[in-house]
Design a protein around this ligand. Sequence first.
Ligand code: GLU
Length: 476
Amino acid sequence: MSSRTEPSFRESVDLMFNRAVSLMDLPPGLEEKIRVCNATYTVRFGVRLRGAMHTFTGYRSVHSEHMEPVKGGIRYATGVNQDEVEALAALMTYKCALVEAPFGGSKGGLCIDPREYDEHELELITRRFAYELAKRDLINPSQNVPAPDMGTGEREMAWIADQYARMNTTDINAKACVTGKPLNAGGISGRVEATGRGVQYALREFFRYEEDKAAAGLSGKLEGKRIIVQGLGNVGYHAAKFLSEEDGALITGIIERDGGLYSADGLDVEAVRNWIVKHDGVAGYPDAQFVEDGALLLEEECDVLIPAALEAVINLSNAERVKAPLIIEAANGPVTAGADEILRKKGTVIIPDMYANAGGVTVSYFEWVKNLSHIRFGRMQRRQEEARHQLVIDELQRLDDVMGDTWSMSPHFKEKYLRGADELELVRSGLDDTMRVAYQSMREVWHSRDDVTDLRTAAYLVSIDKVAKSYHAKGL
Ligand code: GLU
């Protein structure tokens, strides 16, 4: 155990920001302007529940308005506080800049344990919170667009969208006031899986570069790599599911609130998820070794560690013992600034949060565009694309007939080639492209500058540069 004290989450983000900014040549004063949160609104509101008035505390923090609307999720958790919301809002600014989602950064939170309330109560609470934020333009399609985060999902976003629409009956773009909505309430295909999908695309991109793998002491493909995931919520579940089912990785460990599961042969992610839903935890799951102190699995031997739950889980107290050569931060801020330093010295490669979990806001961006354009992606071109492909197939078919046994189309080529892309395919393609391009921008800085030895600093450099340029373009 180190005698050093751990900074708060916001201080931790600031420390990492400072480290990067010290390598830049920004105009005087701009560094401070970018670092600080512009405003944080605290609201305390009452809701009558179970025959009594209950008071709730919520926040919406706006970190940077260099682009509007500002964007970022709303979290429901008992640990929510101003420091956390501000740290998360800052990360949103850098995240959006890095993946070129045209937004400033924001984040909201409500101090509440959602499991303590039934659905109707949660609806009353959410609508009241949304009302408080919307009347101050802290929910607004052109100024501030929330999304799901820990403890919230499609259901809450639908309530928020409806609440905003009730308060703004003539706003034709009302649906764009929030993203992460269900499909039937103006959502987009692929938003629920987006953050986990983004983690998969990020890892795939990392594994395309020999030099990057070598930096982590890894080689070969994702197939067969041993992965430990902390948190089987929306993000962890989708990342683990896709990586195991589609890339052949082995999910050797899963850490949940009540403990961890370990299996050297790989866990069945779907089965574990079903078990958790049924039993409210992983304890008792039959096909694995149960580890009561789940956090110990963070220190277990593996190839890739995916913290996909809370912030600060890898900190001064355990960083030294973390053996994974590669960490991909699916959660926001899972590694503290102090732990980051320890891991860097050890040679651990960290794919940083602002990049690794940017899949969510990327698909949120697509949803917002869909809402503003009032048309589903692919609706105009899909059948036209299919008709053009049909022409090619007809020609190939003619060849096939003429050539007899010497040449024929590969099995299933026809069906695969004929099918025009639907919304889900387009969303995945846009997300894949975003994750690849953003990774390339980071790795270029990582490998081209001697003073940049890690991906996090590279990520900050790329994103701060973009924010600075946008201030510059405004004449500031
Ligand atoms: N809450 C998610 C995040 O931290 C998504 C934000 C969004 O879609 O606006 O990135």
